[in-house]
Design a protein around this ligand. Sequence first.
Ligand code: ATP
Ligand code: MG
Length: 354
Amino acid sequence: MGSMFRIAAIPADGVGAEVVEAGRAVLDAVTGPGIELSWTEFDWGCDYYARTGRMMAEDGLEQLAGFDAIYFGAVGWPTVPDHVSLWGLRLAVCQGFDQWANIRPVRFLPGVTSPLRKADDTELDWIVVRENSEGEYAGLGGRNLAARGRGSEVAVQSSLFTESGCERIMRFAFDLARGRERRRLTSVTKSNAQQYGMVLWDEVFERVAADYPDVETDSCLVDAMAARFVLRPEDLSVVVASNLHADILSDLGSALTGSLGTAASANLNPERRFPSMFEPVHGSAPDIAGQGVANPIGAIGSAALMLEHLGFPDEAARVNRAVETVTAAGVLPRDLGGTATTKDVTSAVIDALG
Ligand code: ATP
Ligand code: MG
C-alpha cells in the first residue's frame, strides 16, 4: 500500500516560483506509486498583497492546517516593505504553526569552488539548528519617543530565553546529533557578555547533555564560532544556537559552500501538531527573477528535507546524491560560476536520480 501526502505549495515571490517548480519536478520524479504527493498551490505573496492588502488569505492558517507539509519558495518584493511581507506570510506561518526548530544543513558540493575548499578536498558537512521561536527575535522592547525632542531617543530590544524553550531545542539537537556518524553537538553561546539569557542557555545545555552520554559536546562563543566556521570546521557535526546567532552563522555557512542558492532549510514543528515548512534559505532575488537562471539546488535540498520528514530517508538521500552527481559533472548555475539554467540543472538532477 502506498501513502498519500497532501502538500501545500507556496511559491510566493520572485525566484520562489522558479525554484518551487524545480523542486516539485524533482519530487514528482523521485516519488511514485509507493509515495504519492498531492499538491495544492496557493497564490499568496506580494502580488496577492497588491490585490487584497494582505500577504495571505485571512483564514490562511486554517487552510494550511490540514496539510502534511508546506513547500515554500521565497517572500519579498521591492513594492512591499520587507517587515510587512515577511511577517505577513513566512513568519505568520512559522509562528502560527509553532515551528520552533529550524535546521539548516551546511553541505559542500563536489565540483563547486568554495572559499573553504582545501587542496585535499576535505569532506565537510554540518547542520545548524536554530531556535526559531524566542531569543533575540521575541519582539520585546520599545522606543521612547518622548525622549526624541530632547535629542537622544532610547530604544530597548530584549531577548527572551525560557528554560523550556532552551530545553526543547537542545533535546532536538541532541537527537539529531545522535543519529549522525559523528555524534557531536556544539552549543553556541555568548555567556561571557550576556549574563542572563546565555547563562541559562549554558546551564540547560549542561543539564540536558547528561541525558546523552553518547554524544560528545562542547560550547563555543559565537564570535569564536564565526572564526571556527572558516578556519576549523572539520570537527563540527551539529551546532545549536539561539535565533539571532544561528541566523547569522547559517548564512555564513551557506556562503562558505559557494552560494546562498544552494542552502536548504526546514522549519519544523517537531510534535507534528501542525505542518512543517520546507524552503530554500535564499530570498526572492529580484535582480535575477524571471530570467530562468535561479539556482534550484537550495529548493531541491529542501524538498529532500521534506521527504525525510515525511518518513522517506532513502528517497531523500537519492535526491541529495543526484545533486552531487550533477555538480560533480560540472552542470552549474550562474551563481556557482556555470551557465546552466534552472531547467538545465533540474533535468540533470532528475536524470541522475537513477
Ligand atoms: P531576504 O531578505 O529575502 O532574506 P535578500 O534580499 O537578502 O533575501 P536574496 O533575495 O536571497 O537576498 O538575494 C541575495 C543575492 O543572492 C542576490 O544577488 C541574488 O541574486 C542572489 N541569489 C539568491 N538566491 C539565488 C538563487 N537561488 N540563485 C542564484 N542567485 C541567488
Ligand atoms: Mg530580499
